[in-house]
Design a protein around this ligand. Structure first.
Ligand code: DOR
Ligand code: ZN
Length: 424
């Protein structure tokens, strides 16, 4: 048995918190309340002043395994996740080969089981992520795929997508979408705006995202499928989601910590470390995303943890790959940028990082209650740290050198401590 004493225990369902002790036994939460240390506990964690919340759930990570393991592998990715407070992650399908068949899916799931956290795998919507033919969605679901996505590559064939949604609705799994119509884009990874102009590039305009989000929200409405709009970055895209929700579509939206923290200006300062798809946009977009988090249009925070090697990111802006790592800075960016600045309460932030993403996949985690699975994160919301080193194989983060608040001390998965800070 494990006793966690006197922390700020977060109720993600009621969006409340209270000071209490938590007892964990056999992988579950045995009790939340007042418990005395009578010597019967194998471990006691003093958590006064610390937040005790459900383990974080990230519905959008790239662990690059199989095929691109010089960037990351399932084990280093999972270690980065645990260090960031995550107990469940959903791996995207853009590995090499793509997760479009049973064999690769099973490989990811089997490796994932060896990590100590829950590593779920989404399978591709289209064969080879080529956007032409659907995968065997029924077979892949039966083999364990938690959902479907061609993340990284937008699906341009609306009718193909409609068919995928029809199947996903029957199979009761979500389809997650990367929304950027390449027809509008001349250089991806950078917003078509003032920073791009300074760099002499055309970039990726917001209409590329807005128009595709609008189309797919309407296809979602017509099919009744559960559709998740990934890494939303534009005000127009957000408004399309808002309208679709109002009309009754089963649409959800994620935002990344980088999109609610940075703007297009970051490209001038951080170069390729601020290159990502969709790109960092304007301050007006960023403010709209924060309002979307506040009013519930944006349901969850997801990192789009996208490791790349130093060599790749040191290429010129147009040649370097898009994406940044995010698992080890996500919580602290949420605390520093959203809670400390008064945009969200701690309980609201925790719901967007655990309960809501868990619900997208019908997972039972994300709650702090008696009988619930003992997947937990324990962190000090007041303790600041400088972002320096990572458990990830990669270090492609613009936040290196930043001072952030919200230091993870313990990550507990199924009742086992899977991460402990060196000064925990
Ligand atoms: O910037 C990105 N990088 N966006 C994506 O959607 C994919 C990702 C990657 O796989 O590197
Ligand atoms: Zn992604």
């Amino acid at each position: 048995m494990l006793l966690i004493r006197g922390g700020r225990v977060i109720d993600t369902e009621k969006r409340e918190e209270k000071q209490a002790d938590v007892v964990i036994k056999d992988g579950r939460i045995l009790g939340i309340g007042d418990f005395t240390d009578d010597g019967s506990y194998e471990q006691v964690i003093e958590a006064r002043g610390w937040v005790v919340a459900p383990g974080l759930v990230d519905v959008h990570v790239h662990f690059r395994d199989p095929g691109l393991t010089y960037k990351e592998d399932i084990h280093t990715g999972a270690a980065a996740a645990a260090a960031g407070g995550f107990t469940t992650v959903v791996c995207m399908a853009n590995t090499k080969p793509v997760v479009d068949n049973r064999e690769i899916l099973e490989y990811v799931m089997e490796e994932g089981k060896k990590t100590g956290i829950h590593v779920l795998a989404a399978a591709a919507v289209s064969l080879g992520m080529k956007g032409r033919e659907l995968t065997d969605m029924e077979g892949l679901k039966a083999a364990g795929a938690c959902g479907f996505t061609d993340d990284g590559i937008p699906l341009m064939d609306g009718e193909l997508l409609r068919q995928a949604f029809e199947q996903a609705a029957v199979l009761e799994v979500p389809v997650s979408l990367h929304e950027e119509d390449p027809g509008f884009i001349r250089q991806n990874g950078i917003h078509h705006g003032k920073a791009a102009e300074q760099m002499g590039l055309y970039g990726s305009p917001a209409v590329a995202e807005d128009s595709l989000v609008a189309r797919d929200c309407m296809i979602a409405l017509h099919t009744g499928a559960k559709v998740n709009i990934q890494h939303i970055s534009s005000r127009g895209g957000l408004e399309a989601v808002r309208l679709a929700k109002k009309m009754g579509a089963k649409v959800t939206a994620e935002v990344t910590p980088h999109h609610f923290t940075l703007t297009e200006d970051a490209v001038l300062q951080y170069g390729t470390l601020a290159k990502m798809n969709p790109p960092l946009r304007t301050e007006e977009d960023r403010q709209a995303l924060i309002r979307g988090l506040q009013d519930g249009t944006i349901d969850m925070i997801a990192t789009d943890h996208a490791p790349h090697s130093r060599e790749e990111k040191s290429r010129g802006f147009t040649e370097a790959p898009s994406g940044i790592i995010g698992l080890e800075t996500s919580l602290a960016l949420g605390v520093t940028q959203l809670v400390d600045k008064g945009y969200l309460t701690m309980a609201e932030l925790m719901a967007k990082m655990s309960l809501n993403p868990a619900r997208l996949y019908g997972l039972e985690c994300g709650r702090m209650a008696e009988g619930a699975v003992a997947d937990l994160v324990i962190f000090d919301p007041e303790e600041s740290f400088t972002v320096e080193t990572f458990h990830s194989k990669a270090d492609n983060s613009p936040f290196r050198g930043w001072n952030l608040k919200g230091k993870v001390h313990y990550t507990i998965c199924g009742g086992n401590v899977v991460y402990r800070s060196s000064c925990g």
